[in-house]
Ligand binder design. Structure first.
Ligand SMILES: *Cc1c(COP(=O)(O)O)cnc(C)c1O
Length: 469
């Protein structure tokens, strides 16, 4: 090392890696230990203190232990307590302790999961995680798959394979020749399709709104009695678990209709697909194994750390043909190279946390995780109904939609619940009405969490009703 190097390297090099990692681990442990008793939304003071991060780029480096201390001092109090049992926002989920631990270890490994030769360990764990996921969700065992950022990119990946396949059948090579001049592709979606599917349809050149929107019923399910005629290359997007109601499109009837026309059926199953792993809740997800591709999240209901979504494609060759890259420095390896199934190149070893979650839970544990969340959701709905509030959906999964009178009153209750800090629920619009959405997606949620959250929600509703002019 030259004098110049030693003079300009930050002090990080001088500090013990062991001391730093232990410090981070201890801070992480303290954080997770405190989660059960924490407010869910951060306080106004904690949010104000975040300004402490926003300073000019330092001219020279700082002490790593001080950096960690600042992250913990300013960052930790300003976090939203998603890791705890009283966060019911969006469909977020927590992270099983074993997956936080596996994530820390895999980060310490610093493996690039693009190619088997870069990390035989990461590639092997990922291949097993994919096999286990397919088995847990009861999907075709020889499907291809990719571990991506989340369900958005899983939808992108799977629909890209679908686009390739339906155009290949029409004699068009979309990967080489693009969409300009290609036979038109019909894309049918449910009227309640998730907005991320529209976004990826835009990215795929198929158009966000150039879709045939299939009519839906009051739960947001595609109405299988009113399906139009399909001709030519076509993709049909159905969902396992509507993001508001949790409802499932009728997969068997839609697969009959779509496959008779030669169409490709893609499932957005970001959270709902996991119902297939829970004996008492699986019936509503029957027939989903007949689709051609599936997108799901591991960072939602499987409770692994962000970011982790999974794309699965029945015709593994179609996925590979869409995603494989050739370059002089990428010789064929004869083993599964993750990057040839995914839009990513270099990336972290996402499969490790999925492997750890499924190794920890096993089939029984996965069933218990999903079932318990659904039972908590049912109890939330009962408690709200018993107090005279209007539950807007059939609570058959982990989602509850509730209104507290008119739109303005519901919005005030949502704001009051968030400010109270006992739990956190977001708002949505459902069939023209403002609603509060409760999504129970965390392993950490206990009966006591449900009781405390219900009590807080009911108190907020009473307060808003009393304050009404
Ligand atoms: C959450 C969700 C998505 C998007 O998932 P990300 O992990 O945020 O990319 C897509 N579809 C449905 C039904 C979802 O619930």
């Amino acid at each position: 090392m030259t004098d110049h190097d030693s003079a300009t390297l930050p002090r990080a090099e001088a500090l013990s890696t062991a001391a730093l990692l232990r410090d981070a681990a201890e801070r992480g442990v303290r954080y997770r230990d405190a989660v059960a008793g924490r407010r869910v939304a951060p306080t106004a003071e904690a949010l104000t203190a975040l300004a402490g991060f926003d300073r000019p780029l330092p001219a020279s480096g700082a002490d790593p232990q001080q950096i960690l201390d600042q992250l913990d001092r300013l960052g930790s109090p300003a976090t939203v307590t998603m890791a705890g049992g009283r966060y019911f926002g969006f469909v977020n989920g927590s992270s099983l302790p074993v997956t936080v631990a596996s994530n820390w270890l895999a980060t310490a490994w610093d493996q690039n999961c693009a190619l088997h030769v870069m990390s035989p360990a990461a590639a092997t764990l990922e291949a097993t995680a994919l096999r286990w996921t397919l088995e847990a969700l009861r999907l075709p065992a020889d499907s291809g798959g990719a571990f991506v950022v989340g369900a958005t990119m899983a939808n992108f990946t799977a629909l890209a394979a679908g686009r390739h396949a339906v155009l290949a059948r029409a004699g068009w090579n979309v990967d080489d020749d693009g969409l300009v001049g290609a036979p038109p592709v019909t894309v049918a979606v449910g009227g309640e399709v998730h907005s991320t599917v529209r976004r990826v349809l835009g990215l795929l050149g198929l158009g966000r709104t150039r879709t045939v929107d299939l009519p839906v019923d009051r739960q947001g399910r595609i109405d299988a009695g009113r399906l139009p005629r399909l001709t030519g290359p076509a993709l049909v997007c159905i969902q396992a678990g509507n993001v508001n109601t949790g409802a499932f499109d009728p997969a068997p009837a839609i697969c009959d209709w779509a496959h008779a026309a030669g169409a490709w059926v893609h499932v957005d199953g970001a959270f709902g697909l996991w119902a297939r792993a829970a004996r008492d809740y699986a019936a509503q997800a029957d027939g989903y194994d007949r689709a051609d591709s599936w997108a799901t999240d591991a960072h939602k209901w499987l409770n692994v750390p962000y970011d982790c979504g999974i794309a699965m494609v029945r015709d593994a060759a179609a996925l590979r043909a869409t995603m494989a890259m050739t370059a002089a420095y990428l010789p064929p390896s004869g083993v599964r190279d993750p990057m040839h199934y995914s839009p990513d190149g270099s990336r972290r070893a996402r499969g490790v946390d999925v492997w750890a979650a499924l190794a920890f839970l096993g089939r029984d544990g996965l069933d218990a995780l999903v079932s318990r969340c659904c039972r908590h959701a049912a109890r939330m709905a009962e408690g709200l109904r018993a107090a005279g509030h209007e539950v807007l959906n059939d609570v058959t999964l982990n989602q509850v939609l509730v209104a507290f009178g008119d739109d303005a009153a519901t919005a005030r209750v949502i704001a009051a619940v968030q400010a109270a800090g006992v739990c956190w629920c977001g708002g949505t619009r459902w069939q023209g009405r403002e609603a509060m959405r409760i999504s129970v997606s965390s392993y950490a949620t206990t009966d006591a969490d449900v009781d405390a959250s219900l009590a807080s929600i009911l108190a907020c509703a009473t307060e808003v009703a009393g304050a009404r002019p």
